[in-house]
Design a binder for this molecule. Structure first.
Ligand code: SF4
Length: 462
């Protein structure tokens, strides 16, 4: 992938971030930078020259039983069975058309990884999950029983019958959003649930025997302190999960918390930073290793040592990713594409209804997209590695792009050095310092291109 096009320079010197909590950069660029295409390219053309032997499959299920106050994901609550069933009908049609597009290359496509995200995929019934697995295997050709395969779930929907389907079909990683084991904190985050219900769901997950269990926790909730956070950390640790994700609370436009949020920004930042450091140190002392600002893996087990990790919420951006379902993204070398998406209830419903009614022919073309170029690919590569504890491998970057990261992004790395957010110990790896990792959500946006910043700034939240 060597090319000589220069990186579009960031306009001016990057401004020193005022808050550590700007944006979670898990895939670059953000979906807000995508735009509707009038007559998008055919998927068969997009995938014709891609490496098809190492694809990832991502399926987005946009349904949840309730809407958490902090959530800005693309999902609707309380969808009746006729909607979920019609959604699966459409997903089957989309899968067929997508598979035909991959096959048009004349080469065989192979999926090495799979993930069901959302939303809450286990909002679907056991029978619907079986149907979904059948679509992935029989239509898309993904061998779910043979590859790392991750599924997101919630306490109320992690029922024995659904988990039995997922275990039988070979899911290797189940990720459950708990957020807090303290009922009052869960309520304050507008995720009303009882600890007894959470503990019972974790027992069912362990009983089902998935190789990797991940528990999501949130810090920065109203009234949360180190000692109350410790209650949740210890309650999670009691299940010896292979992974724990610690998410800072964000309050974003159009979410349930945005209407009643009146926190003092600076104090809230301090609370979140304090709790982050506390949680990080607590998990490190408990035998976990940190792989990014959010991710902690238990040492000494297959999941914790990285094998079997199918965490496509941290998408493998370098392999081609094929997305199915409304709101799912797909990545080719030249184009990232998706469908429309939204946060506000009426828009979410309209978009899901539109997806269900989409004629099969329309799935042959990319609908909403962002055109990648060589500079954007460099930014994507930097963000993928720099924000992980493993760091950015300079030799690999040079091999891929024929240039030096420090020369492509001189001002950005100078700022990181000045703030002591960069470890300077190893010449061949650009790695964030522990304090840099605490500021990862502010460091990521420093590497956005002017084009992406402009597109995101002109996006209208809906
Ligand atoms: S955080 Fe998860 S469970 Fe809550 S509304 Fe969002 S997708 Fe659904």
């Amino acid at each position: 992938m060597t090319a000589s096009a220069p990186v579009q320079p960031t306009s001016g010197r990057p401004v020193s971030p005022q808050t550590p909590y700007q944006q979670y950069v898990y895939v670059y660029p953000h979906q807000k930078a995508y735009r509707r295409l009038a007559n998008g390219p055919l998927l068969s053309e997009l995938w014709r020259t891609e490496r098809l032997g190492s694809l990832s499959l991502y399926v987005h299920i946009p349904f949840c039983e309730m809407r958490c106050g902090f959530c800005n994901l693309f999902t609707r609550t309380g969808a009746p069975e006729e909607v979920t069933s019609a959604f699966l009908d459409t997903l089957g049609r989309q899968a067929r058309v997508t598979r035909e597009a991959l096959d048009a290359s004349g080469r065989s496509a192979r999926f090495l990884m799979s993930a069901f995200g959302g939303g809450t995929p286990t909002y679907l019934t056991a029978a619907e999950l079986t149907r979904l697995c059948d679509i992935c295997e029989n239509v898309m050709g993904a061998d779910l029983g043979a590859v790392p395969w991750s599924v997101e779930t919630s306490p109320a929907t992690a029922t024995a019958d659904r988990l039995a389907v997922l275990a039988e079909r070979g899911a290797t990683r189940l990720s459950i959003g708990v957020q807090s084991f303290i009922d009052e904190e869960a309520r304050a985050a507008v995720r009303p649930q009882k600890r007894a219900e959470v503990e019972a769901s974790l027992a069912r997950l362990r009983e089902a025997g998935f190789p990797v269990l991940n528990i999501d926790l949130i810090y920065g909730i109203d009234g949360q302190t180190e000692s109350s956070f410790r209650v949740s950390l210890d309650a999670a640790l009691a299940w010896e999960p292979e992974e724990i994700y610690l998410y800072p609370l964000y309050v974003r436009p159009l979410t349930g918390l945005s209407a009643r949020h009146d926190k003092d920004g600076r104090q809230w930042d301090e609370q979140r930073l304090r709790l982050y450091r506390y949680g990080r140190d607590h998990l490190l002392a408990a035998g976990y290793r940190q792989t990014s600002m959010r991710v902690f893996q238990r040492l000494g087990n297959p999941g914790g040592d990285g094998a079997g990790d199918a965490s496509i919420s941290e998408y493998n951006q370098q392999a081609g990713m094929v997305g199915l379902g409304v709101g799912a993204r797909s990545f080719t070398t030249s184009l990232h594409y998706t469908t429309d998406y939204a946060v506000a209830v009426p828009e979410v419903r309209r978009i899901i209804d539109d997806y269900i009614a989409t004629p099969s022919e329309d799935f042959r073309r990319a609908q909403w997209a962002f055109q990648m170029d060589d500079g954007e690919r460099r930014r994507m590569y930097v963000l993928q590695w720099l924000l992980e504890t493993v760091g950015l491998p300079v030799t690999d970057y040079r091999k891929l792009f024929g240039t030096e990261p420090l020369e492509d992004f001189p001002a950005e790395f100078a700022l990181l050095r000045e703030k002591q957010w960069l470890d300077t110990g190893e010449p061949d790896v650009l790695r964030l310092s522990p304090e840099g990792m605490a500021w990862a959500d502010a460091i990521g946006p420093l590497f956005f291109s002017p084009r992406v910043n402009e597109a995101m700034a002109s996006y209208r939240d809906k």
